[in-house]
Every structure is written in C-alpha cells, then in structure tokens.
Design a protein around this ligand. Structure first.
Ligand code: ADP
Ligand code: ZN
Length: 709
C-alpha cells in the first residue's frame, strides 16, 4: 500500500497531468486518501463542487478498472467525453451504443485498457456473476447516489438493487457521491449500499458564485419584460427558465423568440427525439435559452450555464437549490432570479394537498415561501436550511445588495383589514386589492363592495405594490389563508390587535419596481457591440475557436474547455506552449491537441505573428520532458514517426533535451555510429538499425561525440 506521502505526490501529479490543476479543493484529497487506503466513502458536495476528481483519481492510481454507476445515459456520455478529452481511458456500456460497440468496450475492459467504466445498475447486475470472478475491479463508484432513496427527489427503483453489490465486492472500496445533503437520504444511501463504516465527507454547500434574487408580485407581462432585461445583461450566454407548467414553457419560449432571442421549450410532454434534439442544441451552444419544466437539467453537466430564472416559485428549497445549482458549475459568476407570487403559492398548495406526504410537503412549501419573502440575507437562509453554519451576510443576494427599509405599517394594515372585514372576509387577495384600489368592476359593484368605506382608500399604490404588502401581512400573521374556502383572507387575532392600534406592525418596503426602458428590438445588438471591452472581444474569439474544435471533435464546447478556462486564457494571455500549459484546467492532452489554435488567437490579439516559430518541436519537447517515448508521442500527436524523431534530433542538437538516452537503445546507437564511421549510406536504413532513429543518433554523436551510450 502506498504511504500517505506517496499517495499525495502521485495524486497531485496526476491532477496536473490530466486535469491541469495545481491543487486540490477542500475535501477532495481527504476522499482520495481514504479510498486509496481501501475505505468506503460517502461524498456530499454541491453541484460543481468537484466530485468527479474524488473517484477518478483513485481509479487512475489503482490497478484494474473502476466501475462507475450512473443513472442517466446523457450524463454517462458527458463524463466519458470529458475524461477522454483529458486523455483518460474511460468508456461506457449502455443501450445508446450498438451491441458491437458494447462488446468491444467490454473486451477492452478485460484486456486492462480501460480505467473507468460507466454503466447503469441493470447492466452491471446482469454481468455481475461473471465480472466479480474474472475481472480486476479497483472500486465501485455510485454517482448521483441519492437516486437510491425514496426520500430523495430522483428516486430510481433500479438503484435499490445495488444493495447486492457489497456481497460480490467485499474487498474493494465503494464511493457514493451526491449533491443532496439531507440526513434521511444520507442514511438511506449508507444502509442500502451496505457500507455502515463508510466515512462521510461533506463539503460546504455554499455556491458563492451564484447571485440570488427574488422578485415578488409581478404580473406575467412584467415578468416577461424583466426576463428580457435580465437576458440582455447576459448576451449570448446560456440560461434556463424554469416554469411550473408545460404550457408556460411554450408561451415563454414563443415570446422570447418573437423578441429576437434564441429560445426553445423543453418538457416531459414532448417526444423523446425532440427532447434530445433540444438538449443537444443547448449543450452545443447553438441555442442559448431553454424554457423548461423541472424535467430538464438532471441529465446534463453543461458547465457554462450562466443564469437561471424561475418563472414560478418551486415547491421546495431542495428543488430550488438544485435548479439554480445548474448554473455556474465552472465556478465563474452566474445569476439567478426567482419570481414569486401569491398564485404560485395557491397552485403549489393545491399540488401539496393532492400529494402523498401531506405534512412534510406542506412544511417544505412553507419554508420555500419564507425564503421568497425573506428580509434577511438569502444565502444565510438557504445554508441554515441545509444545517450549515454561515454567520455573515453574503453580499451577493438581492437583500444584501438592496436592503429593504422598515417602517410602521399600521395605516396600511388598518386599511387592508378593514376592507376585508367590511366585505365579510370573503375575498381572495386579488379582489381585496381591487377593492382597496377602487377598481370599478361589475363584479364588485354587484356585491356592493364599491359602497364600503375603504373602497379606493389605497388607490395611490399600484396593484403589484399592494400585492406585496398583503403578502407581507399574511407572512407576519395578520391574515390566514382559508385554502378550503377559495383562498379567502381571514383576519387573525393579531390582525384585530393591529387594527386596534395595540401593536405596530413592522413592514418592509423594497424598490422592486424599476421603470422599464422602452425596449428597442433591433438596436440592442448594436448597443452591445459598442460596449464590448477588449477582453470580452478576445473571449468571444477564444469561444469561436472552442466551438470550431468542438464541432470537429463532435463534443459540446464546454468539454473542450470550460468558460472558466477560456476566461483564464484571456487574463493570462499565453503566447507560448509553456505559458499555455500553466493555465489552470489545461491538462497535458489539451495542451498538445488544442494549444496551437488558442495560442494563435491570443497572439493575434496581442499583435504578434500567429505562428510560434518551432511550435511543433516545442510540443514534442513538452511531451518528452514529461516522460513520453517516441511511439507515445507519435500516437498522441498523430504525426509520422520520422517527424517526431527529427524533432528529438533537433532538440538534442540545440541541447534543449538533455535526457537523450531514453530515445535510443545502446545497440541501436552503436549500429548507426559504426555504419556512419564505415561510410555507409544511412539514408535508407538497413537490417541493423532503425532508419527513423538515424537523425537522433547523429545528433548525439555530433554534439557529444560518444561512440557508445
Ligand atoms: P460535480 O461533479 O461535483 O458537479 P465536477 O467534478 O464536474 O463537479 O467539477 C466542477 C468543476 O470544477 C469542473 O470544471 C472541474 O474541472 C473543476 N475542478 C474540479 N477539481 C478542481 C480543482 N482541484 N481545482 C480547480 N478546479 C477543479
Ligand atoms: Zn446575502
């Protein structure tokens, strides 16, 4: 078994080589060490926290193949693409591939050529008898492990069958990973996977790069206009708009298209082929905006989603956090905005009443609503919901950025309570607001509401502002909502006390109503162009380089490089191979494969000639210095063997490559040197030596004059 020090050194070296990072994130190394020592682990990290490295590095460091269980085909494909693009031998067996491909993959696994095999639970269980006896398996990783639990939000019955695995693989480590933190689910995972001694690794669930915002009480029209403004702040960037209903996803997408945006809808009512097509277009950055029901997102790892909007409030905080969590996985800033209204609450309450676990769902909805109405830092609320200590204001939520003023709301409350009482406490919020604002509607005059004293007493405030105040009154306990009586507002005893002036109610005002600039359809694009900074321009160029490569390689752009890496390239401005290799997130394989294109883009930007002289030789040197042999370099770069040998020869001659002995055997060298000394024609080689190596031998001979090495 490796010592701690060796585990650390090897892990760090592989992290740099394959992933291009210089250090671990908190917890990552702890997990790696634990698994390398044979222990089972349960890893809880938020989306984007860096779970993959926790099992992928131990897999690379161990003998045999790691089995990774993953619930969704699309996720498998994404992860395998990402691994392969980093030069890691990974593959998947699944129903998306032909039987022949699957058989080929399994053959490769058996011949030891694959380090990580992605597979669904059913497939693994079908093979388990054979594999457990004849295959060297290094570990079992269960990704999205919360799928095993009925308490979790993505329960998958086939996951529960995984409980037999431990019987087959007693002696190899199990590592379960999830972004769902609640204790019930956690315990369930450990119990069902039969790993009672698993060590728990929990990282902070904070996602500081996500900004949080909530807007209450907008009408649908206002929401749509706000969404346009919001999108304009994120030009050409990917985002998701979550809606509660299928119809809404289509309506919103249609509206946005009409306004000139690049949007499509996605929901469970669409055919499978359509859904896949929309998903693919989004992954490939060919459309920017998806209007989706919650069915969207679970199957994708797209790291460059820059914003998420909730058109309606989600049903609980877990769902909300998961959905906003899909933004900013690459660690760059991302913005989230949730719209919240009373009618959302009414609709969700209706769903809850029909659901199985009434009590718990009602409570969860209540907490969600409290979050939406909060007058304190939203991140504090979220993290306290997840039982995490967080004792300062975050500075990156709407409450922190725009703290509400507090004022004595006695007047407003008296007005509202009085209107409710004078109408027999038989009104829902919307009608009550109409009465307060004195809106002349036949339905109101029929009932004589236009005759009461408070009719129109609040006409100076807009509908939305009144909505907001009434919501607060409900929240602070002036009114109860009678869900079983058409959502009518009933005055509570506290409400009566307020009317009598016994207790002053503290209310909050928030400037939620920016006046909208008139949108000027076609001009937006022009305006944007004018204000693009040089760095942004470079980023755009680098992104189009990335897109071009992604198309050639047939993978989504974020698999080539995340937005974070692109942004770092634009900051660090690498103009040589070595500078490029030091950009975080650029592993060896990507240096070699994509270096030239990205460096050229940077050089053009800096006004340098696009081509670096001797670039191809630099690449060979880069690999040679990292211990690659001639044939490995040939395979990696797809060059002719003689070309690589010529590079090596030149590098020896210019004394840039000192470790020359590795490239030619003493016998091969001697044969070439004696042929040279006896005046033979070396150009065509002979049975005695390898013609490709002639320049290498000559270089050593010329520079050092050795007869033998
Ligand atoms: P998760 O699976 O937890 O959602 P990923 O494993 O996909 O997260 O990692 C999220 C992002 O963080 C990826 O872009 C990944 O390359 C990056 N990342 C992972 N580990 C590190 C590290 N040690 N240093 C810097 N970035 C890292
Ligand atoms: Zn805050």
């Amino acid at each position: 078994m490796l010592s701690d020090e060796n585990i650390y050194k090897t892990a760090l070296c592989l992290l740099k080589k394959f992933y291009g990072y210089d250090s671990f994130r908190p917890i990552q190394y702890d997990v790696i060490r634990h698994v390398m020592k044979g222990g089972d682990a349960l890893v809880l990290m938020p989306t984007g926290g860096g779970k993959s490295v926790c099992f992928q590095l131990p897999a690379l460091m161990s003998e045999g193949c790691a089995i990774v269980i993953s619930p969704l085909l699309a996720l498998m494909k994404d992860q395998v693409d990402a691994l392969q693009s980093n030069g890691i031998p990974a593959a998947a067996v699944n129903s998306m591939q032909s039987d022949a491909t699957n058989r080929e993959v399994i053959e490769k696994v058996f011949s030891g050529k694959i380090k990580l095999l992605y597979i669904s639970p059913e497939r693994l269980l079908a093979e388990i008898d054979r594999w457990s006896s004849s295959l060297q398996i290094s570990m079992i990783a269960v990704d999205e492990a919360h799928c095993i639990s009925q308490w979790g939000h993505d329960f998958r019955p086939e996951y529960t069958k995984l409980s037999v695995l431990k019987q087959y693989f007693k002696d190899i480590p199990f590592i379960a990973l999830t972004a769902t933190a609640d204790k019930l689910t956690r315990d369930d995972i450990v119990r069902q996977l039969r790993m009672p001694d698993a060590e728990m690794f929990i990282s902070s669930f904070d996602r500081p790069n996500l900004s949080l915002g909530v807007i209450a009480n907008y009408t649908e029209k206002e929401k749509l206009r706000k969404i346009c403004d919001f999108i304009d702040e994120h030009p050409r960037q990917s985002g998701i708009i979550y809606c509660l209903s299928r119809a809404n996803t289509e309506k919103v997408a249609k509206f946005l298209c009409k306004e000139g945006y690049n949007a499509m809808s996605y929901h469970a009512g669409m055919g499978n082929a359509d859904r896949l097509r929309v998903q693919r277009l989004f992954l490939n950055d060919e459309i920017n905006i998806i209007c989706a029901t919650i069915a969207f997102g679970m199957g994708i790892d797209k790291s460059n989603i820059r914003w998420v909007v909730h058109f309606n409030m989600p049903k609980n905080i877990e769902c909300y956090y998961q959905e906003i969590g899909r933004a900013g996985r690459d660690g760059l800033p991302a913005d989230t905005l949730m719209f919240y209204s009373y009618s959302d609450v009414a609709m969700l309450t209706h769903f809850v009443e029909e659901s199985g676990q009434l009590e718990i769902n009602r409570l969860k909805l209540r907490r969600m609503q409290e979050y939406a109405e909060a007058g304190v830092c939203r991140r504090r609320m979220l993290l306290s919901y997840f039982n995490e200590r967080y004792d300062h204001d975050c500075g990156n939520c709407d409450v922190c950025k725009n703290p509400p003023d507090r004022f004595d709301g006695t007047m407003l409350c008296q007005m509202a309570v009085s209107a409710a009482v004078r109408t027999g406490q038989s009104l829902g919020m919307m009608v009550l607001v109409n009465v307060l604002r004195g809106v002349r509607l036949p339905a109101l005059s029929e009932k004589g509401y236009d005759k009461i004293k408070t009719f129109g007493a609040g006409a100076n405030l807009s509908h939305s502002v009144w909505n907001g105040y009434i919501l607060q009154m409900i929240q602070i306990g002036l009114f109860d909502i009678a869900y079983n009586e058409g959502n009518h507002l009933k005055v509570t005893s506290y409400g009566w006390d307020v009317v009598k002036g016994l207790v002053p109610p503290v209310m909050m005002s928030r400037i939620t109503f920016e006046r909208y600039k008139k949108r000027s359809g076609t001009n937006i694009f022009e305006d944007r162009k004018a204000s693009v900074s040089p760095k942004q321009r470079l980023v755009e160029n680098l992104k189009s380089v990335r897109l071009q490569i992604a198309r050639q390689e047939n993978v989504p752009p974020y698999i080539i490089f995340s937005d974070k890496v692109v942004s770092d390239i634009a900051d660090l401005l690498p103009t040589t191979l070595y500078e490029f290799a030091s950009v975080p997130g650029v592993g060896e394989k990507k240096v070699v494969r994509f270096g030239r294109q990205f460096i050229s883009a940077v050089r053009k930007f800096k006004g340098l000639p696009a081509v670096v002289p001797g670039f191809s030789e630099d690449v060979t040197l880069f690999l040679a210095e990292r211990g690659y042999g001639i044939d490995e370099i040939v395979a990696l770069r797809g060059l002719k063997r003689s070309t690589v040998c010529n590079h090596i020869a030149k590098l020896i001659q210019s004394k840039r490559l000192k470790d020359y002995g590795r490239f030619i055997s003493p016998e091969g060298y001697k044969a070439i040197v004696s042929a040279l000394e006896s005046g033979k024609d070396l150009r065509h080689g002979s049975n005695d030596f390898d013609a490709d190596l002639v320049p290498v031998a000559l270089a050593i001979y010329r520079v050092f004059g050795f007869k033998t090495i």
